[in-house]
Design a protein around this ligand. Structure first.
Ligand code: SF4
Length: 679
């Protein structure tokens, strides 16, 4: 048995892998791993099935003018890519190429290589899944408390899962959550759906999708009015509390009930439980940032947690700086143009030195702000995961050149000119990090356990293109091992030393209330309820609530024709966003038609004469899809829920890339208006 790490998602679970003759026979959890302690989810255990799937891409391919695919050698693929990238640079400028990594690249070494390549090539249009996942709430928290904290579930007395269902999206966290609940911690769930987790909660705040910001202000109102907040902390460590008092004055429970559909008694009960069971913490999920008002919603939730003084304490929201590794960013890079999105979302683009990918379609189709002619997409399937896919499909079709690297022939890969087969985690070295049971930060090196017969190392691929273009100075390493070894230089470790540490290296010991030494990592060194950074950029400095761009209250006429509030994108344990639908054991050996469903309440079903399992059409202003109806009391009569990631019932045919959050540019996938027709 070889020790390894599953890095399919950010859970980084320790695994034991049975390997024989370079073939993986089985994967099971490693009980000795200090963080995951033997846990694996079905995805991790299905790794052998993924590695040896019949439909796995196994060779670089080129599409001819008739749309037919031909296998080509790796060297030929690199030559074509180098030639095309050179052509784009010479004819349209470096900025005409965008390089993008998706969810498969989150916190992976190759994402850093892709960015570095973009910098060396000279394109400011480097983007990632962060254009619509995680970075909005991260930036909101950075501006408020200096960092996105992580919850110390195990020692908490009150856990709030807000638009977050780790049972499906981060299952390894359930060990600590269950432990805390068994030790008497309260559980509050904010979710438009009665999920399994919500059914276990002490209080389930089942809200109309998109009204999370109003609910947060309503909870703050009660906590302030009943003087339940941490007065010493607020006095010493916050700025703008007086303005917050003024802001939430009107958010009385009756008003918040009208906005959110959550009964006022439950709002009051939720606020009191959160404030009276100390310490508590809030875990906001992607749901709260995928809204046209998501950034300020994330700020309001962050402030709710902060005024309770639950920051950087055991059982609260701990401040965990990432491991101090050597950076892959090139220094003193100058671009000819600003990244796409910089004029619309300046704070987002400046904070992440990145483009905002949600508006790439406009650049491709309308040359706004300038032409985008080529894309390199690695570990991402935008056709299933980006908003307003009808427009995006047209845009990708209009590109001069598209190269995609992935494990399978995805809907996006089908549109490419060149496809390169990628690797799975244990076929490459990978850096992982996490927090152990003492709150200490650990960074480790996930070993390569087999040589891939099909996939090409993503880092090698990027490095080979760079070298083909004469950019070898930016990629001075002769191997992936050397490149990863460079990252560990800053912590004084070599590649070999890290490889010998199965359970990683402790780079930080947990310490409570670090802010008492140097303050918070904000301009004022305090929790910025009132953000001067936002004010200077022309945004509201307070965490205001705005109705979703499409809603029964903000667009009443539209709501008459499209009366249901749609939330898309709730996660399933067996998939990772759009990935692994083709893995039979994960899909329950069912067809897509059997699994892709819209969840509606029995009242809607009765009104529309729809029976469970009937095919229905769901339509928004952007497009329509057909899929089966699942009739369930788990959703409100005003709401419809569709998961994303299905080729033939693609929820992103319905979503919107115009009413984006004004600060982060995130799409409003979780609160849109739709109508439903029986077929
Ligand atoms: S939660 Fe599952 S997919 Fe994620 S790292 Fe752990 S085993 Fe792998």
């Amino acid at each position: 048995m070889a020790k390894g790490i599953c890095t399919l998602c950010s859970g980084n679970c320790g695994i034991e892998v049975m390997v024989e003759d370079n073939k993986v026979l089985s994967v099971k959890g490693d009980k000795e791993h200090p963080i995951s302690k033997g846990f694996t989810c079905p995805k991790g255990r299905a790794l052998p099935e993924m590695l040896y799937a019949k439909d796995r891409l196994s060779c670089p391919m080129k599409k001819d003018e008739n749309g037919n695919w031909h296998e080509i050698s790796y060297e030929e693929a690199i030559d074509i890519i180098v030639e095309k990238f050179t052509y784009l640079k010479e004819n349209f400028g470096s900025e005409s190429l965008a390089v993008h990594t998706g969810e498969a690249g989150v916190r992976k070494q190759f994402s850093g290589h892709v960015r570095r390549f973009g910098q060396a090539y000279g394109t400011p249009n480097q983007s990632s899944a962060g254009s619509h996942c995680h970075l909005s709430k991260e930036m909101a928290n950075k501006m408020t408390v200096g960092v996105l904290p992580s919850a110390d579930y195990k020692n908490s007395k009150c856990i709030v899962l807000w638009g977050y269902n780790p049972m499906n999206s981060r299952p390894s966290q359930m060990m600590d959550i269950n432990k805390a609940i068994n030790n008497g911690a309260k559980l509050i769930v904010v979710d438009p759906q009665k999920t399994y987790t919500a059914k276990r909660a002490d209080v389930h705040l089942q809200l109309r999708p998109g009204t999370d910001g109003a609910l947060a202000l309503g909870l703050i109102h009660i906590i302030i009015e009943e003087e339940l907040y941490d007065k010493d902390f607020v006095e010493e460590w916050t700025v703008g509390f007086d303005k917050l008092v003024e802001l939430v004055k009107d958010y009385i429970p009756e008003k918040v009930e009208k906005i959110t559909d959550v009964p006022k008694e439950l709002i009051v009960e939720g606020a009191r439980i959160f404030a009276n069971n100390k310490p508590g913490n809030i875990s906001p999920g992607i749901a709260i940032e995928l809204l046209s008002n998501g950034f300020q919603t994330a700020r309001a939730i962050s402030i709710l947690q902060a005024i309770m003084g639950y920051i950087d304490i055991i059982g609260g929201a701990t401040m965990s700086p990432p491991p101090p590794l050597s950076s892959l960013e090139l220094e003193n890079v100058k671009y000819n143009r600003e990244p796409i999105g910089k004029s619309e979302y300046p704070l987002f683009c400046a904070n992440y030195n990145s483009a905002q990918a949600n508006i790439f379609s406009d650049a491709i189709l309308e040359d706004k702000p300038y032409p985008l002619k080529g894309m390199m997409i690695i570990g991402s399937n935008p056709i299933l995961t980006w908003p307003n896919v009808n427009k995006l499909r047209e845009a990708l079709k209009a590109l001069d050149f598209l190269v995609v690297m992935d494990n399978f022939m995805t809907e996006t890969a089908k549109m490419a000119d060149i496809i390169i087969p990628g690797t799975f985690p244990i076929e490459r070295y990978e850096i992982w990090n996490g927090v152990d049971s003492s709150g200490d930060g650990i960074v480790g090196l996930a070993p390569k356990l087999i040589e891939s017969k099909q996939g090409i190392s993503e880092c090698k691929f990027i490095s080979d293109i760079a070298k083909g273009m004469g950019l070898e100075e930016a990629f001075p390493w002769n191997s992936d091992e050397e490149a990863i070894g460079y990252r560990f230089q800053k912590i004084g470790k070599t590649f070999e030393e890290m490889l010998n540490m199965n359970y990683g290296y402790k780079y930080r010991t947990f310490e409570e209330k670090k802010y008492t030494k140097n303050g918070f990592n904000t301009p004022s060194k305090k929790v910025e309820i009132y953000s001067t950074t936002l004010e200077k950029s022309g945004y509201d400095p307070l965490p205001i609530y705005n109705e979703p761009a499409e809603s029964p209250l903000s667009t009443k006429e539209l709501a008459e024709e499209y009366p249901l509030v749609l939330s898309t994108g709730a996660r399933y344990l067996q998939y990772y966003h759009s990935r692994y639908r083709n893995i039979e054991s994960l899909n329950g050996y069912k067809s897509q038609e059997e699994v892709a469903k819209v969840k509606i309440n029995p009242q809607i079903a009765e009104r529309k004469k729809i029976k469970d399992g009937d095919m229905v059409k769901v339509e928004s202003l952007r497009g329509s899809i057909k899929l089966k109806a699942e009739i369930t009391e788990d959703v409100l009569p005003t709401t419809a829920l569709i998961s994303h990631g299905w080729n033939d019932a693609n929820a992103n045919e319905l979503t919107d890339n115009e009413n984006l959050d004004p600060i982060s540019g995130f799409p409003p996938d979780r609160a849109l208006l739709v109508k439903l027709t029986s077929l």
